[in-house]
Design a protein around this ligand. Structure first.
Ligand SMILES: [Zn+2]
Length: 142
């Protein structure tokens, strides 16, 4: 995804698999990886809801430069960003393949559930990290 190689409409158009590459969420811009996870109006609302300020010119390959809100732990921060992008990508797929526009509140709840699930894979050292993530998502979804 950070290399822009996911099957976004922009890439599918280049491979001539689709006829146009307009984002189905906003119907305005070319659906690139960066558009899906950073700059589509839905993605912007998502990041804003959890306290991020995403620069308008941030490219998807610069995702590691995204500024961490202070309430999100430094430990495993890149995993937090991955979890968010994964949920945004899944939402995009629900929209494209099932015409299902999942609301922001539900995406935030799904992020929270995912954070809980990820905590089972981590040791007790990271337990506080996932608890902080769950708090970020559950606070934002209220
Ligand atoms: Zn869009």
């Amino acid at each position: 995804m950070t290399q822009g190689r996911i099957q976004s409409k922009k890439n599918l158009l280049r491979k001539r698999i689709v006829d146009e590459d307009v984002c189905e969420e906003c119907n305005q811009e070319s659906e690139s990886a960066g558009h899906i996870v950073l700059h589509c109006p839905f993605a912007k609302r998502f990041w804003q809801a959890i306290g991020f300020q995403v620069p308008a010119d941030l490219d998807v390959h610069e995702l590691h430069l995204i500024v961490r809100p202070t309430n999100i732990p430094k430990t495993e921060f890149s995993s937090f960003v991955v979890l968010c992008c994964w949920q945004l990508w899944k939402r995009r797929n629900a929209l494209v393949f099932r015409q299902e526009a999942i609301p922001l509140s539900r995406i935030l709840r799904q992020c929270s559930e995912e954070a809980k699930n990820w905590s089972y894979r981590h040791g007790s050292k990271e337990a506080g990290v996932q608890a902080a993530w769950v708090l970020v998502f559950s606070t934002a979804s209220m």
